[in-house]
Design a protein around this ligand. Structure first.
Ligand code: FHN
Length: 467
């Protein structure tokens, strides 16, 4: 099972690389050759910089590149890994992989359609791949000719079009950049090692002649609100990473994640494909996740999560104080697959009514665990796997607790350890906000409910509280 192994390798290497970036309790912090903005700003400055991101809660990740051309198939056979990993998993020689570029002509790409979909889904920001591990730049790069303007018949700049359209529609715009792995540039890192002599070279030379110049380009050209690094690998030493940090420091409002490397924690924790049982208390965090089983488009991956699962994930994450960066993988024509778009639209319909219970909320005020650790199954870090129970979750704002009821209780919503003082209750989707009967004895709280839920996935019960 190549795909499992590949993903396991990725998870392990990320965990190893991140281990150095997340200050261990009691351990001295990693000395940084260059201090990052994060090290020097006051808590108030940080709060101001992170404010829009914390309010947002829901973003669109887009993995789009020339890997959409093979779409999961190499030499007529399916390659059992994520679509954007096809070059590595299929051990495709550099010269052969580069031949996908002249076949990439996504004439149906329409920034307005994509951004409108993100907006209709209730997403507040977009993060798109400017260069993934294959080394192909999705914008006209002067620093390296393996890019959309020089190597494809598609003479447009999708990042420019998306950045402009996102801002026109009021969304923030972020860029993903694979700084360490680059499978087509000599010296670029490759998880599992190089498989083609054309990949061999000096990593620092690659970083100085391609990655850093391209990072300069994308920062200066698109002024992204977020820079999303990935798979740092051990090659990203503190010294090399600090050269990138010096650049990032020139953009004091920029938000960047914890995957740069070199001991830099960045701004956000980035659990991938899972929701941490307790979130990351006191930290900004964002779960990134695929809708099916691939980030980049694969024509044979139809394993789409249901709207119910995706929506419950969004709520679960919000109840723990995190953001949900949900991925779409557009095809080689420039179209976001219909099953992905449908699910996003359905989530958006729910958010149209219930968005107040997600955006800008704080975590649950209740102590309920909503799950347990498995005694037999392990997670990607080898720790007991968290098995969630999908009964209900809660989010909060001053004066209100939002109880998300995934399973409709027969008569009333009841908790034994409510550290709140309830003053009233109603259902958020009820246009009249008809008052519901609330009974509270100490920490025991009971809210009487109507016989049927108002939403088949998540009916939100609002409990008004003394702030
Ligand atoms: O290897 C990549 C993968 O292709 C994808 O980009 C994800 C998104 O978080 N990040 C890496 C694996 O951690």
């Amino acid at each position: 099972m190549k795909s499992r192994l590949a993903r396991y390798a990725v998870a392990c290497s990320i965990a190893a690389a991140l281990a150095g970036t997340q200050a261990q309790a009691g351990a001295p912090p990693t000395p940084h050759p260059v201090a990052a903005i994060q090290d020097t700003e006051t808590p108030a400055q940080r709060d101001a910089r992170m404010a829009w991101w914390r309010e947002a809660r829901f973003g669109m990740f887009i993995h789009w590149g020339i890997y959409a051309v093979p779409a999961g198939f190499w030499q007529g056979k399916p390659v059992d890994d994520a679509g954007e990993w096809i070059m590595n998993a299929g051990k495709i020689p550099v010269a052969d992989y580069k031949k996908f570029a002249p076949q990439f002509n996504p004439t149906q790409f329409d920034a307005h359609t994509w951004v409108s979909l993100a907006k209709a889904a209730g997403m507040k920001y977009i993060v798109i791949t400017s260069k993934h591990h294959d080394g192909f730049a999705m914008y006209p790069s002067k620093a390296n000719p393996f890019n959309i303007a020089d190597a494809t018949p598609f003479k447009r700049d999708p990042l420019r079009e998306l950045a402009d359209e996102a801002r026109r529609q009021g969304l923030k715009f972020g860029l993903y950049y694979s700084q360490a792995q680059d499978w087509t540039a000599p010296g670029g890192a490759a998880m599992g090692g190089h498989w083609d002599k054309a990949q061999d070279g000096d990593f620092a030379h690659y970083l100085h002649t391609k990655a850093i110049p391209q990072l300069k380009e994308i920062l200066a050209t698109y002024h992204p609100d977020v820079l999303w690094f990935d798979t740092p690998t051990a090659a990203m030493t503190p010294q090399l990473s600090s050269e990138i940090v010096s650049l990032l420091n020139q953009y004091p409002q920029l938000i960047w994640n914890n995957r740069l490397g070199g001991g830099y924690p960045g701004d956000t924790e980035t659990p991938e494909q899972h929701i941490p049982p307790q979130g990351f208390s006191g930290k900004d965090w964002e779960t990134c996740m695929t809708i099916n089983d691939t980030w980049g488009y694969k024509s044979n991956d139809t394993h789409f999560k249901s709207t119910k699962v995706l929506l419950q994930n969004l709520v679960d994450i919000a109840s723990k104080g995190g953001n949900y960066l949900l991925n779409v993988g557009p095809d080689a024509h420039g179209v976001i697959p219909a099953p992905e778009a449908e699910r996003l639209q359905q989530i958006g319909h729910w958010l149209d009514v219930n968005g107040e219970s997600i955006y800008g909320t704080s975590p649950t005020p209740f102590a309920d665990a909503h799950g347990s650790f498995s005694s037999s199954e392990k997670d990607q870090d080898g720790k007991p796997r968290w098995i969630p129970v999908w009964d209900w979750r809660a989010t909060s704002k001053p004066g209100k607790v939002y109880v998300h009821l995934f399973q409709w209780p027969s008569k009333s919503f009841h908790v034994d350890d409510a550290d709140i003082q309830a003053t009233g209750a109603y259902l958020l989707a009820d246009p009249h906000h008809t008052p519901l009967k609330v009974t509270q004895h100490g920490k025991q709280l009971d809210v009487q409910l109507p016989a049927k839920p108002l939403d088949s996935i998540d009916t939100v019960l609002v409990i008004q509280t003394k702030s």
